[in-house]
Design a protein around this ligand. Structure first.
Ligand SMILES: *[C@@H]1O[C@H](CO)[C@@H](O)[C@H](O)[C@H]1NC(C)=O
Ligand SMILES: *[C@@H]1O[C@H](CO)[C@@H](O)[C@H](O)[C@H]1NC(C)=O
Length: 250
C-alpha cells in the first residue's frame, strides 16, 4: 500500500527522477507515508559557498535539494558512486560531504553540533522542532536540555542563551538593574548556567542512567521553573516520584 502510494506520488511529481529518499536515511523521519527531511537535516551552513556545493553535489531530483518536510532524494554524490536510488552508502563520500556541504547534502544532523543523543523522554518531539523554535526565547533552553541535536546545541553543554543577541552588549552581564533579565535570558553569555551544565562539553547531568521514569504530574515544567527540582525542601524521592524526567533524576 505504501509502495503503491509512493509510486503514485512519484509518477505524479517526477516522471523521470524518483522523489524518494533511499539508501541513506540519516537526517530523515517517517511522516506516516514517506521519509522526509527533518529540519535539522538542513539547519546548518555549508562550509563552502552554496553555489559551489550545488556544482559539487548536483541534484537530479525534480523537487530540488533537501528541505524540511520534502522527500527530495539526497544528491547522489553526497554518499554514493551509484547512479540510481537506492544506492549503496560509501562512508568516505558521506564524511567528505558532511565536512564540505552538509546543508546541500541534507547531512547537517551528522555534524558535531547536531550529532548527539537527545534525552530519553524529551518534553517535545525532537524530530519536528523548527528553525523558529531554535531561535525562540520560549523554547531554546528547553531544547538545549532535551533535544540539543535539533538546533545544533550539542557543543553547548545543555546551556544556551534564551535570546540570541546577548553577546551584542556584554555590559548587561554586570548591569545591576539587568540581573534578573540576564539570569533568565543570557545564561550562557553571562556565565549563569548551573554548574552541572556549565559551558563546554556535553555532560550527563545526574547519575548514570540513560533514561528516566516518566513525570507523573503535568505541572513539572512550571514547578521546575519555580525551583522544584533543586529545592531541598523536597526529598529526592519526592522529586523523583513526581518529575523524574523533568528533574533528570535516575
Ligand atoms: C546513518 O548513517 C550511518 C553511517 O553512514 C548508518 O550506519 C546508519 O544506519 C544510518 N541511519 C539511518 C537511519 O539510515
Ligand atoms: C509525507 O511526505 C510526503 C512527501 O513529501 C507527502 O506527499 C505526504 O503528504 C506527507 N504525509 C503526511 C501525512 O504529512
Amino acid at each position: 500500500m505504501i509502495a503503491l502510494i509512493s509510486m503514485m506520488i512519484v509518477s505524479f511529481l517526477a516522471p523521470d527522477v524518483s522523489a524518494v529518499i533511499g539508501g541513506d536515511l540519516n537526517c530523515t523521519t517517517f511522516n506516516g507515508s514517506a521519509f522526509v527531511w527533518t529540519p535539522a537535516a538542513v539547519a546548518c551552513s555549508n562550509f563552502i559557498s552554496d553555489a559551489s556545493c550545488a556544482v559539487l553535489y548536483p541534484t537530479t531530483d525534480t523537487l530540488g535539494f533537501p528541505a524540511p518536510g520534502n522527500a527530495a532524494g539526497r544528491p547522489l554524490a553526497c554518499y554514493t558512486t551509484g547512479s540510481v536510488t537506492p544506492a549503496a552508502v560509501i562512508q568516505d563520500m558521506k564524511t567528505a560531504a558532511a565536512s564540505t556541504c552538509p546543508r546541500t547534502c541534507g547531512l547537517c544532523c551528522q555534524t558535531e553540533a547536531y550529532n548527539c543523543p537527545n534525552v530519553a523522554y524529551p518534553r517535545l518531539n525532537c524530530a519536528s522542532i523548527t528553525l523558529s523554535q531554535c531561535n525562540s526565547p520560549a523554547w531554546r533552553t528547553i531544547i538545549a536540555a532535551d533535544c540539543p541535536s535539533a538546533c545544533g546545541f550539542c557543543t553547548q553543554g545543555g546551556c544556551v542563551d534564551a535570546v540570541t543577541n546577548c553577546g551584542t552588549d556584554l555590559s548587561i552581564c554586570q548591569n545591576i538593574g539587568m540581573q534578573s533579565f540576564v539570569n533568565t535570558y543570557c545564561q550562557r553569555t553571562c556565565g549563569r548556567c548551573p554548574s552541572t551544565t556549565a559551558s563546554g562539553s556535553v555532560t550527563v547531568t545526574s547519575g548514570t542512567c540513560t533514561s528516566y521514569i516518566a513525570d507523573s504530574s503535568s505541572n513539572c515544567a512550571s514547578w521546575s521553573r519555580n525551583g522544584f527540582c533543586t529545592n531541598t525542601f523536597y526529598t529526592v524521592a519526592q522529586r523523583r516520584s513526581r518529575c523524574a524526567t523533568t528533574c533528570r533524576i535516575c
